[in-house]
Each structure stands twice: as C-alpha cells, then as structure tokens.
Design a protein around this ligand. Structure first.
Ligand code: GDP
Length: 207
C-alpha cells in the first residue's frame, strides 16, 4: 500500500540556472501534449489540482518540480516529480519548439539526480511516431524508462489486456515494462509508484 504524506509544488525552471538543488532523486514525466500527463501526476500525488489541468500558458513551457513524500509498508520516501513540457504541439513556431527541445534534452541529458523517466502513451491511440522517437532517444540515455499507457478506461474491459500487450510488442518491450493507467477510473497508480520506487535509489527519507 502506498500512502501519500505530502505533495507540493516546488518551483519552475526555464534553464539549468533555475534547476533546484539536486538533493532529492527525481522522476520525470514526458508525453505528447494532451496525453493526460497532468491528470496522471495529480492522480499519483492523490491531489486533484496539484498540476492545474487548465494550465497557465507560462508554466506549460517550463519544467515544473513537485516534491512528494510517501510511505510504503512503513518505509518513508521523499522524491521529486518533474513535469516536462509536452511535445508534438502543432501550433507553436519552430524557434519556440527548438527552445523547448533544448530545455528538455538538457535536463534529460545533464540532470545528475534524474533516476527514471516515465514515458506516457495514449492507450487508445497507441504509440505515435513522436512517442517512438522519444523512446528511442531515451533508450540512449542513462536514466531508466517506464512506459505508462493512460486513458485505458476508453477501452472496453475485455480489450484492455490485449491492447496493453500489443503496445508493449509495438515498442519492443516486455509487458512488465508497460503499466496500464487511468486517471478517470483510478487504475495503475499503485503499480506506477512501485515500479518507480524500485528504480529510485536513495529515495528513502527518515521523515
Ligand atoms: P496533458 O496535456 O498531457 O497534461 O493532459 P491533461 O491531463 O490536461 O489531459 C488532457 C485531456 O485528457 C483532458 O481532457 C483530460 O480530462 C483527459 N484525460 C486525462 N487522463 C485521462 C484518463 O485517464 N482517461 C480519460 N478518459 N481521459 C483522460
């Protein structure tokens, strides 16, 4: 059983100079714009509005950091959840997209305390070309990767398991590296935390 003790917004950064001190392990979330990333983070944190689902325009273009304290079977953990700007949003100028790409890739490549990247896929749509590109890129980096297939509630119950296996096969992953999720039906949060905590070392906190 996972129990969230505390979840709070910490800060936003637009460049490495604004990165918070690297004193806690970080878990970063990436996905296409509108894939359901904000809803997933809120659901994992057990807070309805930690990340505003109706987002302020400024903050969606920055990296947002949240601090989460949680407990599993009596063990306390403290880590940061890092919300990276969504990719693949068509209506942005090329220069701005390049700035985002650079902000995201600098973080993913240079951040020493980044331990896992959660790559979010839409379970109904399946992995897009952009998702596949992101996963190929992530596979060349140091942090571990966990794929979470969200909006699984949009599929009839009988189709969920086959779809999840199909997504894993499309991505060339074993099904245990893909977690089915739904913010609407409250599916998968426990499994995502367990997978993340298994990878996060040094995530234990005394209080
Ligand atoms: P973001 O742009 O990736 O942060 O996505 P949001 O969390 O803002 O969600 C985008 C849209 O998808 C919103 O209309 C949400 O209500 C919807 N959504 C998010 N998660 C789920 C889910 O698990 N199931 C369903 N059916 N819809 C979802």
């Amino acid at each position: 059983m996972i129990k969230i003790i505390e979840a709070k917004f910490l800060t936003s950064s637009a460049s490495p100079a604004d990165w918070p001190d690297p004193s806690l392990p970080e878990v970063a979330f990436v996905g296409r714009s509108n894939v359901g990333k904000s809803s997933m983070i809120n659901s994992l944190a057990g807070r309805r509005k930690l990340v505003r689902v109706s987002k302020t325009p400024g903050r969606t273009r920055m990296i947002n950091y949240f601090e989460v304290a949680l407990q599993t079977n009596g063990t306390a953990h403290r880590l940061r959840v890092v919300d990276l700007p969504g990719y693949g949003f068509a209506r942005v100028a090329k220069s701005e997209r390049e700035r985002w790409d650079e902000m995201i890739s600098t973080y993913l490549e240079k951040r020493q305390n980044l331990q896992v990247v959660v790559s979010i896929i839409d379970a109904e749509i399946g992995p897009t070309h952009a998702d596949q590109q992101m996963l190929d890129y992530l596979s060349e980096l140091r942090p571990g990767v966990l794929v979470v297939a969200t909006k699984i509630d949009r599929l009839p119950k009988a189709k969920r398991k086959p779809r999840w296996k199909e997504i894993a096969a499309q991505l060339g992953l074993s099904p245990d590296r893909v977690v089915p999720f739904s913010a609407v039906e409250g599916i998968g949060a426990e499994e995502v935390w367990e997978a993340l905590l298994q990878t996060v070392r040094g995530g234990r906190a005394s209080g």
